[in-house]
Design a protein around this ligand. Structure first.
Ligand SMILES: Nc1ncnc2c1ncn2[C@@H]1O[C@H](COP(=O)(O)OP(=O)(O)O)[C@@H](O)[C@H]1O
Ligand SMILES: [Mg+2]
Length: 420
């Protein structure tokens, strides 16, 4: 039996995650049998390589292998595509046609997105699985076929069964062995490895130097949610490979390519703006700084008022209100992350970092307006508010967070940040 490593190499599967290795191992083990296999996992995790492995390691390897995307075939023609039809079975059926199950006899059929099959087709499929029998559309003659079935789905089959969209008996028939491919976010160690592989492939393809990531960018890459999994990672590696002139990619540059990232960098991430072209670092920084500048100007005004009017209660209130508002916006953005992760801003160390980077390089004229002092006095204010609130609630974080109008998580982060 070929080893997992050899098979991964043969099929171009990158990664060393134990769950990925287990999936490949299962495919190798089950290949010589005729057992039905159901491949599950989110979109873009690499499900399509599993039926290829199974077919080529099976005794059917010299037979046909047909892949059918069940979600892409219109409901009206799917029975005819899969099982064939008789001449005159419906308008336009001018000739008898053999379906995939007949053509692939002796081989393997891969039913991709099997959860999309209409219920009537599911009945026909169940019959094939039970005794190899099928009937062409418009015929009454029972035919036999000898096909190995591998199916794949990215939908939760139990949900589909509960909703009456998928037959339970068919599900159990299809999933004699289930092979689960893990989402990319659960394969942290493989993310940079895959990125480097894709970067090198695209460098060759487009005849450009290979892009490489700074350490900060790698951290950001590994913390990102990757809802589109490897397909999305590949796509982003391609975009950056083509668009970035500077071949060393910083976290800030990378950030502009990651849609829906949960952080407090609103300009770069808000949904309605994600389609705009943030292809270069400068543009991203402009957007970030514009937003920060707005907030800082408000705070500057309030701080001035506060200083001028001593301990004026009303101003104090306004000030607290504004800080609360900023926090709340930050909290809302964080909802995008399903898992507890560090917001990108912390990885990037923005705002303090972004401000100083720009001051150093002195490229961005408006950045001069943002004084480091302002950031510092804002932090003092924030620290004072948090301290007072914690004192009032005798260190009870839940109550303090409630009073400040922020989440406990944000408060916890701030406590760590200020070493309280
Ligand atoms: N482990 C991997 N190593 C390299 N490329 C991969 C890997 N897994 C998936 N890919 C690539 O990612 C893309 C999506 O894979 P695919 O099998 O079509 O996903 P799915 O069918 O699960 O949606 C393809 O371009 C595929 O070649
Ligand atoms: Mg697919």
């Amino acid at each position: 039996m070929e080893s997992v490593q050899a098979i991964k190499q043969r099929f171009g599967i990158i990664g060393n995650d134990p769950k990925l290795n287990r999936a490949v191992e299962k495919a190798i083990q089950v290949a010589p049998t005729d057992i039905s296999v159901l491949v599950t996992g989110e979109s873009g995790v690499g499900k399509e390589s599993i039926p290829k492995i199974i077919h080529s390691l099976s005794h059917r390897k010299h037979g046909k292998s047909i892949a059918v995307n069940c979600g892409a075939i219109p409901e009206g023609t799917i029975d005819s595509e899969l099982f064939g039809h008789e001449k005159g079975a419906f308008t336009g059926a001018t000739q008898t046609r053999n379906g995939y199950f007949e053509v692939a006899s002796g081989g393997t059929i891969f039913l991709d997105e099997v959860g999309e099959l209409p219920l009537t087709t599911q009945v026909r499929l169940l019959r094939v699985l039970e005794n190899g029998e099928f009937i062409k559309v418009g015929s009454s003659k029972v035919q036999k076929t000898d096909v190995r079935i591998v199916a794949a789905t990215n939908v939760n089959m139990f949900e589909a069964i509960k909703k009456g969209k998928f037959r339970e008996d068919l599900y159990y028939r299809l999933s004699t062995v289930e092979i689960l491919l893990p989402p990319l976010r659960n394969r942290k160690e493989d993310i940079h490895l895959l990125f480097r592989k894709f970067a090198s492939d695209f460098a060759t393809k487009y005849k450009m130097p290979t892009i490489r990531l700074t350490d900060d960018a790698v951290t950001l890459l590994e913390k990102y949610h990757w809802s589109g999994n490897i397909r999305q990672l590949r796509n982003i590696a391609e975009q950056i490979s083509v668009l970035e002139q500077n071949r060393t990619i910083s976290a800030v540059a990378l950030h502009g390519y990651l849609p829906n990232i949960g952080s407090n960098l609103p300009a770069v991430i808000s949904d309605d703006k994600k389609d705009s072209d943030f292809s270069n670092e400068r543009e991203i920084l402009y957007k970030v700084l514009f937003d920060m500048k707005g907030d800082l100007n408000d705070l500057k005004k309030l701080t001035m008022e506060l200083m001028q009017s001593g301990n004026n209660q009303q101003v104090q209130k306004d000030n607290e209100g504004l800080i609360r508002k900023i926090y709340r916006e930050e909290d809302e953005k964080e909802v995008n992350f399903e898992e507890p992760t560090t917001p990108a801003a912390e990885v990037l160390q923005i705002p303090s970092h972004a401000t100083s980077v720009i001051k150093e390089e002195d490229k961005y004229h408006f950045a001069e307006e943002i004084e480091e002092e302002e950031t510092l006095s804002l932090q003092d204010k924030e620290l004072e508010l948090i301290k007072k609130s914690l004192e009032r609630h005798r260190g009870k974080r839940k109550a303090a967070a409630e009073e400040l109008g922020i989440s406990e998580r944000t408060l916890y982060r701030k406590i760590k940040q200020y070493d309280l």
